[in-house]
Structure formats: C-alpha cells, structure tokens
Ligand binder design. Structure first.
Ligand SMILES: Nc1ncnc2c1ncn2[C@@H]1O[C@H](COP(=O)(O)OP(=O)(O)OP(=O)(O)O)[C@@H](O)[C@H]1O
Ligand SMILES: [Zn+2]
Length: 823
C-alpha cells in the first residue's frame, strides 16, 4: 500500500489496437489524486501514450498472473478532475464489448478532438548546461548546440517541436541525443493539452470616469489616443484589443500609454467560442400541433414523466411535422429538470434548425458537429460537462456528450448511414444511443420518414413503441412522382442524354413560375471514368481497385477512396491511343448542362467538393432558403431534412449506380434516398412534382419510392432479407484482412478461417469466405473478407472473440459487427 490507503493499482485502457486493459502502479506522488475516468500518460512497450483509468484496485488480479515487480508505474496524471463521467465510461465499455472494439479507442473517440492530449518531449537546460553556456565565448557565432542551450536558458523549457520550429527539424534532431548524453539538457515526456484550453482574449475598456477626471486630460491627448477613446465610447465602453486597434487605427503602444494614464484598462478574459456567434435568429413560427402530433407528443411526455427507459419509433412521412414534436419533447424534458440530447446526420445538421433551437432554448443549447474548430468543440463540450448546457445537438460523436441527468435522446433521420462510424472503433450511434437511454433511464425517439428495416422490425416486434404520422401538416399532399424510363428516352433520341425532355420541360415551367428545383445525382465530379476506345482500358487508381473520377473544375482525375490525384492524360496510358472517352456523369456535368439550358437561372451545386471549406455548405443552404438560387444540384446531402417551401420540383438524374452495388442494402438505400429527396418537393402551398429518371423502372425500390409507399417496400424487402439470411433476421459480422502482399493476406485469411471453424464447433454460425472484398484493393492494401452470420449476435461475438484470442498475429484483422456495407 502506498501510505494513505489509496489503491496502489490502476487499470488503464490505451487507444491502440488491443482490446484488453493493462495494470499500472500508482506512484506515491500521485497517490489519492487518481480517479477513474482521468487520463494518464503511460509507457506502453517503448511508446508514451495517453491512456484512461477505467478502474482502481487494491491487489493485482491473480488470474492474470502478473508479476508485481513487472508492473510499471504511471508516468503522469493528466487530469485532476476526470473528463470522463461514470455514465460515459459505462457506455464506452458496452460499445467495446458489443462491437469487439478496443476500449481505449472508444474512449478516445468519446472525447472531443481538442481534449485528446498529445504526448510531447519537453526540453529543459540543466545546471551543467548552464555552466557550459557560461564557458562559451560571448559574441562569436554560436554553434547549433550553443544556440539551443541559450534558447532554453533564456526562454525556459520548450517542446522539441517548438525548438525545431526555430532551429530546423533535422538539425535539432541531430544534436538532442548528444546534449542529453553530455548532461546539459533533460528530455521529458509530457502530455500537452493543445486545444483543450479555454480561449483567453484581451479586452480594453474605459476606466471609470473619476480616475482620470483631471480637467486638462482631454487636451493632452494625441489624435490617435482620441480615436481610441471615441471608438470605445461608440462601443459602449469596451472592445476586444485587436478590434480596437483596427477600428481606431491605433497601435498597441498608444493603448498602453492610455493605460498608464489610467484612462483605459486592459484585461484578459476567458471567452467562449460560440459556433452560433453573430447569427440572426429568425422569428419562430407560432405553431399549434395538429391532432396526430398532439397524440404523439402525449405518448412521449407520458414516458418522460415515468423516468423509465422507453424507446419510440416516430415514423412520420416527409413534412409531417416531426421536428415540432422533438422540440416540444425536449422542452418537456427540461421542465423536468433533466437534459436532452439530439443527434442529427453528419452534414444535414441544418443551420436553420440550430438557430431555431437557439431561439427556443437560448444559452442552454450546445452544438457539437464536425465543422467546428477543435477549440469550439472543446468549449461546447465543457459547457455540457459543467451542466451549463442542457440541450445538446450534434452529429454522431455527440452520442458521447457528457450530458448530466439525461432525460431524452432524439435521433433524427435514424436510418441515416452517417450514424455508423466507418473506421475503428466501428459503432452505430443510433444503436448505442438506444443502449445509453436504457442505462440512463431516458426516453429515446428514433424519427424518420423512411425507417431502417431494423428499426421498423423492432417496432413490429414490440421492442420499440410505434408512432405513425401518416399525413403532412396542413393536409398538404405528397408530391406527385413519375418515373421516366430512360430506355424510351434513348430510343427516341438515338443517343444517351443525361437529362430527359420531360425533366427539362418541368424545369422550364418551374422557373417560369418563379419556384425552385432540386436536382439529385449521387455522384460528384464531372465524368464517372475515362475509357480508352481503342484498347478498352479504364483509367484506374494505382492504389485501389476502382476507376478514377474526372473532375473538370480541378482538371484532375481523382480517386474517391484514397484521394489519389493525377492530371487527365492526353493519351491512353496502356496503348497511347488518343481516343479517350468520358463515361457517365457527375454533379459537375449536370451543373454545366443546366447552365447551358437555362442561362438565366441561378444554379448552384452542393457536394463534398463544394463544401470542403468550412461553412460553405451552410452558406449555400442559406442562399437557397432565401431564394437567391433557383436550381440546386447535389448529391445525397441535399436530400436530407431540409424544409424549403418554394421547392416544387425534384429531379432525380439517376440512382441506377447505387442500385447496382453488390450490397444487400442497396435497395433499401435507394428507396430511402428517393423518398427523402422527393419529400423536399411541395412543402409550401403548391403541390410538388418529382421526376425520377432510371433504366430500371420496374425495380421494386423505385416503384415503391415513386408511390412513397413505405409499408409495401418493407413487406417486399423483409421477405428478401428472411430468405437470404440477412439482418434483421441474422446478425452479421465482417472480418477484413488487409495486407500489401496478396499471398500473405490470403494465408492470414485462411488461418483465421481455420480458427473460426475450430471455435464454431460449439457455436452455430455460418461462415462465408475468405473471398476478395468487393473493393479488392484499397490504398495499396489487398482486402480479403470473411463473413459470419448467426441468429444470435451473442454467439457471433463469442465465436469471433474465441478465434481472435487463439491466433496471435491477427491483431490487424478489422472486425465489424453489424456492418452497414459489405464493400
Ligand atoms: N402543426 C403544424 N401546423 C402548421 N405547420 C406546422 C405544424 N407542424 C409543423 N409545421 C411546419 O411544417 C413544416 C414541416 O415540418 P417538419 O420540418 O417538422 O417536417 P418533418 O416531419 O421533419 O419532415 P422531414 O422528414 O421531411 O424532415 C415546417 O415548416 C414546420 O414548421
Ligand atoms: Zn485510390
């Protein structure tokens, strides 16, 4: 024991590809200060890593047969106050078990990026180093070593990175070891909380009048000083320092002089980085709920009153007024003194909606999403941690918001694929949110116009309570949808056209009525790929088994998987022929075509290329909402959740590529995409129209989406899932082996398969593969897949657990439980 009776051992989870936790000893110096949920710096192998304390214990776990003498000490305690709450610790442990994901990685994902400490090497000069420096001749040009010593003597300890910034990376690297050996400097590892510091800003304000009331004070002022004072008076007495220097065209020294005279005061204050700073709040519509909404809300508030776990599937068609229900449910939750968390899909976090929440809940709202800076995220996160924010809205990782006393979770557009994290740790935020609600006795609402098959199935079997809103608010009709058979268009025109006459005419009429249109094509770029007509070569990515997409604006061929980029060649790289042909179209080309057809219309494009810049997405959406844009072309990001009353036409250029993907969810995705985008039409006074171009007009996903008939789509699709043994009837796991050497990948896959077979003697799982994944090579790695299926997810997990434990060199297998795609 270490004196004060503190448990001498801690269990640490590290964010590396290992699933078990590790025991460390607490040094005396840390003693009682260590708490569960705090971050620590530990030595792991030869590395220094940030880990998370997940348990404290008095004795070593005998079962693990750890030798007490081999247990290492914690190097540093990073947090005196743990960042991770007990609830989040518990949730991450569940995720780690359920998804067979390393606990440390889940914990890392649970903290805002700004809070993930970087381990830095910190340099400091020693007494011997100072003596050495004193012996050096004063004036002569200093050697590199002497320069570094002098820097450390004058400026104090600094990180290796900082030293390298001044003196050059390679140069510093060269001399460090030598200086340390000579005993002139010390090198220590330390955790640095980069962005995880509150932001401080300097403010200048006018001092109270009596402090500088000397009668002739005004006369003694220079012109610049007068400008400073006038600027401050105009701003009600206070301005941020930098803003003041700009406004008054004054230098820092002018302001310093005024401070010495006692006329102004300068002070540094902590400021909050507010993601909604400077936005105008639209007036809130005064809405009276209709009967269906009221009944839905009543059920939800009754559950909230009981303070027990309850899960609802709110299935409301597009425009049925789900958002209004969410807001009122959140308000009810707040009235109970509890907090509410709302998850929204990645980019569809509509700027309009965040503003509405701010208007409803004021400062109690915190916003967490991917386009915030690390600093903004951290500030918002801390406001939640301190329970200053009681309503949280955010994307996938907001699942881990340290909300205190959680009463309600809303998952909007619950079918959306962005809730699935597509890299390790793989988790599905919707499913984990259901578990979180369960553990914290909260009510959860999963809302969608096109529920995922899993959720609808859960509602059918009684796992979720089902609420249906079958009509649009105000009795508005759904848009009228028509399928355009592109085979007939081809026969008529005799050549391939991206836009049919029907769609062009409808656009013409829409523009003539001064209404707006949305045109969807779920593929960015200009042309799908480049084909050599002489030899048949398709120009592909050298790293991946996919073709490169032609981007005209950037004059580049891009790989949409690994971002490889090259200039479009003038000749075929295989046969040198000049007969290169652009095949297929993307959003760029559709934008060009529309501009050619309708030169007077204002068109804009929304896809990952146009929204790379922060806030670009938001700007385009706001301009479209203000009708500064007539036609909006885009990928699926325009299909989600938006409410633009003046949109009366939606055109779907093509969904055929998505339908053809070798994935059991292809039909479901296509159905959802069409239904969602169709739902953007006719949300105002005029009825909307939807035109869907396709070469497969008879496909059931297209037929049912066109009729906006969820029930029949579900009936059809669920039969197929049952017949072929897919979710929700079977649980699925995919094991992916990647290696830059194909032979090695195959060997490892076969070995894994044998281990799985052995483990499967006591289980009853179905195993498929190894086989090349549909994308057989990605970023230079060959990809071999094994699929496992079972009726019970638990047996699937235990099977994989066993197999992985048995094979030792398989830590690089990536395991996905409930994968979304099998690509
Ligand atoms: N009871 C009501 N009376 C009048 N208008 C309403 C009512 N409820 C909601 N609305 C308005 O109807 C429009 C559509 O509502 P909302 O955006 O909530 O639909 P939704 O169900 O979320 O649709 P989607 O699934 O397409 O996003 C909004 O402009 C909203 O303000
Ligand atoms: Zn690539």
């Amino acid at each position: 024991m270490n004196g004060q009776g503190a448990p001498p051992y801690v269990e640490v989870a590290v964010p590396l590809g290992v699933r078990r936790t590790f025991t460390y000893r607490l040094p005396l110096a840390i003693g009682n200060a260590a708490q569960v949920g705090a971050r620590v710096r530990v030595t792991f192998g030869k590395q220094q890593v940030t880990g998370y304390i997940v348990a404290l214990h008095d004795e070593l776990d005998r079962a693990l047969e750890v030798d007490a003498r081999e247990v290492r000490e914690i190097e540093e305690l990073i947090d005196a106050e743990p960042l991770i709450t007990p609830e989040i610790l518990e949730l991450t442990r569940w995720i780690s078990d359920y998804y067979l994901a390393p606990w440390g990685e889940v914990l890392k994902a649970a903290l805002p990026a700004g809070a993930n400490a970087r381990i830095e090497r910190v340099l400091a000069i020693t007494t011997e180093g100072r003596d050495e420096l004193a012996r050096l001749p004063e004036r002569r040009a200093l050697t590199l070593k002497a320069q570094l010593l002098r820097m450390l003597a004058e400026q104090g300890p600094m990180t290796v990175r900082q030293a390298q910034r001044t003196l050059g990376t390679a140069r510093v690297a060269r001399i460090l070891a030598e200086l340390e050996r000579a005993g002139w400097i010390s090198i220590k590892h330390q955790a640095q909380n980069a962005a995880a510091r509150a932001k401080r800003r300097k403010f200048v304000r006018l001092a109270p009048i009596e402090e500088h009331a000397a009668p002739d004070a005004a006369r003694a002022l220079t012109a610049a000083q007068t400008r400073v004072i006038e600027a401050l008076i105009a701003a009600d007495g206070e301005l941020p320092f930098t803003e003041l220097t700009e406004r008054a065209r004054a230098s820092a020294s002018t302001i310093a002089t005024l401070e010495r005279k006692g006329i102004v005061k300068i002070e540094a204050r902590e400021v909050r980085r507010d993601p909604l700073a400077g936005v105008e709040l639209p007036p809130l519509p005064d809405i009276e709920l209709n009967r269906a909404q009221r009944e839905a809300l009543d059920q939800i508030t009754a559950a909230l009153d009981q303070r027990r776990y309850a899960a609802f599937l709110l299935h409301g068609i597009t425009g049925s007024g789900k958002t209004e229900i969410y807001i009122r449910a959140m308000r009810a939750c707040l009235e109970h003194g509890r907090s509410a968390l709302m998850l929204v899909p990645e980019i569809a976090l509509t700027p309009v909606f965040s503003r509405r929440l701010r208007a409803h809940f004021g400062d109690r709202v915190a916003i967490l999403h991917s386009s915030l800076s690390a600093g903004e995220r951290f500030d918002e996160w801390m406001r939640i941690r301190r329970a200053e924010a009681r309503v949280v809205i955010g994307t996938r990782s907001a699942l881990f918001a340290p909300v205190q006393d959680l009463g309600l979770i809303v998952v909007d557009e619950e079918h959306d694929t962005s809730y699935r994290q597509q890299e390790s740790p793989f988790y599905h935020a919707r499913d984990a949110a259901v578990m979180r609600a369960h553990k914290e006795r909260a009510t959860i609402i999963l809302g969608s116009a096109t529920p995922s098959l899993e959720s609808f199935h859960n509602a059918q079997t009684g796992k979720y309570r089902y609420i249906h809103l079958p009509e649009r608010v105000g009795g508005r009709p759904l848009a009228q949808a028509e399928v355009i058979d592109m085979r007939a268009v081809f026969a008529r025109r005799g050549r391939e056209e991206a836009l049919s006459d029907e769609l062009l005419e409808a656009l013409e009429e829409t523009l003539a009525r001064r209404e707006q249109a949305i045109i969807l094509l779920n593929r960015r770029g200009y042309a799908n790929f480049i084909l050599c007509r002489a030899c048949g070569e398709r120009i592909g990515c050298p790293q991946c088994d996919v073709t490169l997409t032609y981007h005209k604006r950037e004059r580049a061929l891009l790989c949409h998987y690994c971002n490889f980029r090259r200039r479009p060649p003038a000749r075929c790289p295989m046969c040198q022929s000049q007969h290169l042909h652009l095949v297929g179209e993307g959003t760029e080309k559709i934008e060009d075509l529309l501009q050619a057809h309708f030169p007077r219309a204002r068109t804009a494009r929304l896809d990952r290329d146009t929204t790379a810049r922060r806030r670009a997405y938001e700007q385009t959406i706001m301009r479209f909402a203000a009708h500064e844009i007539d036609i909006l072309v885009g990928t699926q990001m325009i299909a989600k959740g938006h409410d633009f009353p003046k949109v009366t036409l939606v055109g779907v250029v093509s969904v055929d590529a998505g339908l053809a993907l070798p994935d059991f969810r292809a039909a479901e995705r296509t159905f959802q995409l069409i239904t969602q985008v169709a739902g953007r039409a006719g949300r105002g006074d005029r009825r909307g129209r939807v035109l869907i171009q396709t070469y497969h007009p008879e496909h059931y996903a297209i037929r049912f989406a066109c009729a906006q008939d969820y029930a029949n789509f579900y009936r059809h699709e669920i039969e197929y899932r049952k017949a072929f043994g897919y979710p929700p009837f079977f649980a699925l796991a995919s094991l992916l082996i990647q290696d830059d050497d194909l032979g090695r990948a195959v060997k490892r896959a076969e070995k894994l398969r044998r281990a799985l077979d052995r483990a499967n003697r006591d289980h009853n799982c179905r195993l498929l593969g190894p086989a090349p994944a549909p994308i057989a090579r990605l970023r230079g790695q060959h990809r071999i897949q094994i699929l496992a299926k079972a009726r019970r997810r638990a047996s699937l997990r235990s099977l994989i657990d066993l197999a992985l434990a048995e094979t030792d060199d398989l830590d690089r297998v990536s395991v996905e439980i409930d994968p979304l795609h099998l690509m």
